[in-house]
Write a protein that binds this ligand. Structure first.
Ligand SMILES: NC(=O)c1ccc[n+]([C@@H]2O[C@H](COP(=O)([O-])OP(=O)(O)OC[C@H]3O[C@@H](n4cnc5c(N)ncnc54)[C@H](O)[C@@H]3O)[C@@H](O)[C@H]2O)c1
Length: 256
């Protein structure tokens, strides 16, 4: 007898081996569940343990590896890739998802704090792509960089975040051009406000950064699963001619 869980599984991502940063919270947790439900295996890592070990219990060691690691450290990327190759095989999907969004204005942000945001959101994305390219070149593959609507428009009081996410969108296009000849696709996802600990922390602090939900065309935030659906599409061969682009999933916010 098949269980409900088995009935929900598909093979859209059969044979996919995905490396995911920031897998212990928010959208990273949702992406992990969805990728595995669609047939992928996932090597996930995060600075914090968070939900990581629990997810391994839930989804199984044969489907998910969770490690501690820092996207700012090239040696951590190498360790993650090596662990994945040893257990699952050559990774063919990279999801640069880890990020931070401290509320900081142009005038008040310290140089150290500005550099910290750039280091995690921008340099971390660069190090991830650089570490994975040799594997992706061997296996053919897809890179998914999680940018933001803050890579399309600006938000007050998120100065370093906006800078880092515009960079991620630009790096996505530059990498897509360089890597097309190797059969590697590189795309970005630009989520709007999405219900995770990150956006709740911003919402809990008075600032000009977050529009009230009543001002959003859909009058609500996205759910993480609504972003995971785009991750599945870009990880799968269904998006085989898409590269250098972005999927904007913002409930029409930037259409205004
Ligand atoms: N939530 C939103 O509204 C929203 C909107 C647009 C884009 N995004 C982007 O989506 C991504 C996921 O965000 P989320 O909302 O799930 O946030 P989240 O805070 O719930 O999760 C982010 C994860 O990244 C991890 N992380 C932070 N620094 C790290 C580092 N140096 N190395 C490894 N891991 C690190 C954190 O520990 C955390 O587990 C981020 O890139 C974020 O900028 C979020």
């Amino acid at each position: 007898m098949t269980t409900q869980k088995e009935n929900n599984m598909t093979d859209r991502l059969a044979g996919k081996i995905a490396v995911l940063s920031g897998g212990a919270s928010g959208m990273g947790v949702s992406h992990t569940r969805r990728l595995i439900r669609e047939g992928a295996r996932v090597i996930s890592f995060d600075l914090n343990e968070g939900a990581g070990p629990h997810l391994v219990d839930e989804l199984g060691e044969d489907k998910l590896i969770f490690l501690r690691g820092d996207v700012r450290k090239a040696e951590d990327w190498d360790r993650v890739v090596a662990a994945g190759r040893k257990r699952f095989g050559i990774p063919n999907v990279l999801i640069n998802n880890a990020g931070i969004s401290p509320l900081q204005s142009l005038e008040k942000v310290s140089e150290d704090e500005y550099r910290r945001v750039i280091d995690i959101n921008q340099v971390g994305t660069f190090l991830g792509m650089r570490a994975l390219v040799p594997s992706l070149r061997e296996a053919g593959g897809s890179v998914i960089n999680i940018a933001s609507t803050a890579a399309l428009v600006a938000f007050a009081d998120l100065f370093p975040y906006v800078a880092s996410k515009w960079a991620v969108r630009g790096m996505t296009k530059a990498a897509a051009l360089e890597l097309a000849k190797d059969g590697i696709r590189v795309n970005a996802i630009c989520p709007g406000d999405t219900d995770t600990p990150m956006i709740r922390a911003i919402a809990d602090t008075p600032s000009g950064a977050l529009p009230p939900t009543d001002d959003l065309p859909f009058k609500r935030w996205a759910q993480p699963e609504e972003i995971s659906a785009a991750v599945v599409f870009l990880a799968s061969d269904e998006s085989s001619y898409m590269s250098g682009g972005e999927l904007v999933i913002d409930g029409a916010y930037t259409a205004q």
